[in-house]
Design a protein around this ligand. Structure first.
Ligand code: FES
Length: 85
């Protein structure tokens, strides 16, 4: 499933793989944070982008990744709510 945020540009994409090779998708190019890095921070309890940056001991630079991080947090909450039902 592909989701988007409210940002004017379509800035969220799902991870994908080719064959058995997972493509490493970067969420934050400034800090080199991949989707799995962000997902790990969310699973560990980060509920705001700044908590994701803090968990990886970095800070936002251009902040272009914040929309995607928020979307991943929201997706995680929705998945957790569905699982709790
Ligand atoms: S892409 Fe994340 S701070 Fe620039």
């Amino acid at each position: 499933m592909r989701t988007t945020c409210n940002h004017p540009k379509d800035c969220y994409s799902e991870p994908f793989s080719v064959g058995e090779f997972e493509i490493l998708v970067y969420v934050c190019n400034c800090n080199g944070l991949r989707q799995r890095d962000v997902a790990q921070a969310i699973e560990a309890g980060a509920c705001r982008p700044r908590e994701i940056f803090a968990r990886h001991q970095c800070q936002p630079q251009c902040a272009k990744c914040v929309c995607e991080m928020r979307q991943m947090i929201q997706d995680s909450r929705e998945a957790f709510a569905i699982a709790a039902e």
